[in-house]
Design a protein around this ligand. Structure first.
Ligand SMILES: [Zn+2]
Ligand SMILES: [Zn+2]
Length: 295
C-alpha cells in the first residue's frame, strides 16, 4: 500500500500541513502536522516539478513557508475560547450569518500586503459569531497567506497600557507593535467607558494605521443605526443599574466612540451587520452562559 502521509487524505490536517490546537489558558496555537515532519513531495525545497508541455514547470509545494506561517499564527493572540474558529467551522444560521461570512471570506481572499485593503466592521448583539469571523479571517491570512496579524480586545489593550504606566512604560511601547502589524483586529469596540483618554488611545492607534495604509478589522456590540432596546421580558422591578445598562445598550456606535473615531471607521471599513435576532450562546448551552464560546 502507498505511503498514506502528506496528502489531502491526512485526517489531522487535511493536507494543509498544520494543526490548530485549543489549550486552556493559552492563545490559539498551531503546529506542524506529523505527516509533514519531512516533506516527501519536494524534499524540503518548497517547490514541485510538475510535468507540462514543452517543459516541466516549478509549482509551490504546500509545505512552503509552513514553519513561518505557523509561527505567524502563534503570534496573532487569538483567545483560547475561539482557538479553533475558521471559515469552515462557522455555521450560517441566518441570512446575516451567510452575508457576514461572505464579506469576511471575500476580504481574506482578496487581501494584498502591497496595497491598502479596506477592512470590515462587524456589529450586532453578543453571541452571533463576530469574534469567530474576526479570528477566522486572521487564521486564513496568517496560515494561508503568510500575513502577520494581531487580535486585541480593546478593553484588555487599555489595561495593558495602564499597567505599562505603573512600570514607567509609555503608551507607545504597548501600541507600537499594533500600529505596525499589517492586519489588526480590534474586538469589543465601544465596551470601554468612553473617557477622553480612552478615545485618544483609540484615535491614535487607528489614525496611525490608517495613515500608513494598514488594514484594521473591528467587532462591536453597538449598532450603527438607532434602535429600540426591548425591556427584558418578565422584569417587574426596574433597578437603576438595569436602566443604566439599557441606556448604554441603546447607544449607537457613533455615540460610544465619538464622531471623530466613527468617521475614521467609515473610511477604513465596510460595515457588516451580524444580528440574527437572538443570543445564540443561549441556544448552544441552554443556560445563557457564555461557556466556551465568544461573540
Ligand atoms: Zn497531516
Ligand atoms: Zn514540500
Amino acid at each position: 500500500m502507498a505511503e498514506p502521509s502528506h496528502s489531502a487524505g491526512c485526517r489531522e490536517c487535511s493536507g494543509t500541513g498544520y494543526v490548530v490546537e485549543q489549550v486552556l489558558g493559552h492563545t490559539a496555537r498551531a503546529r506542524r502536522c506529523a505527516c509533514y515532519a519531512a516533506c516527501p513531495s519536494c524534499g524540503g525545497s518548497g517547490y514541485l516539478l510538475v510535468s507540462s508541455v514543452p517543459s516541466p514547470v516549478a509549482q509551490v509545494c504546500p509545505c512552503r513557508h509552513l514553519d513561518e506561517r505557523i509561527s505567524l499564527f502563534n503570534r496573532v493572540g487569538i483567545p483560547a475560547a475561539i482557538a479553533l474558529a475558521s471559515f469552515d467551522s462557522f455555521r450560517s444560521w441566518s441570512p446575516d450569518h451567510a452575508a457576514s461570512k461572505a464579506a469576511a471570506e471575500d476580504f481574506a481572499h482578496k487581501f494584498r500586503s502591497d496595497q491598502p485593503t479596506k477592512g470590515f466592521l462587524l456589529y450586532g448583539r453578543p453571541g452571533a459569531g463576530k469574534t469567530h469571523l474576526l479570528s477566522a479571517a486572521l487564521r486564513y491570512l496568517s496560515l494561508e497567506k503568510r500575513v502577520p496579524c494581531r487580535y486585541v480586545e480593546f478593553m484588555l489593550l487599555l489595561s495593558d497600557i495602564r499597567a505599562g504606566f505603573d512600570s514607567n512604560r509609555g503608551h507607545m511601547e504597548v501600541l507600537r507593535p499594533l500600529i505596525q502589524v499589517p492586519v489588526l483586529a480590534i474586538d469589543e469596540l465601544g465596551k470601554e467607558r468612553g473617557t477622553d483618554w480612552e478615545r485618544s488611545m483609540l484615535d491614535e492607534l487607528i489614525s496611525r494605521r490608517f495613515n500608513s495604509g494598514l488594514t484594521t478589522l473591528f467587532a462591536t456590540n453597538y449598532f450603527v443605526e438607532d434602535r429600540a432596546v426591548p425591556e427584558t421580558p418578565g422584569r417587574v422591578v426596574r433597578t437603576r443599574s438595569a436602566e443604566f445598562q439599557r441606556d448604554a445598550e441603546s447607544m449607537t456606535l457613533a455615540q460610544r466612540v465619538g464622531d471623530r473615531v466613527y468617521s475614521r471607521l467609515n473610511e477604513m471599513c465596510v460595515f457588516v451587520k451580524l444580528d440574527p435576532g437572538h443570543d445564540l450562546r443561549k441556544d448552544r448551552t441552554g443556560s445563557g452562559s457564555a461557556g466556551f464560546w465568544k461573540g
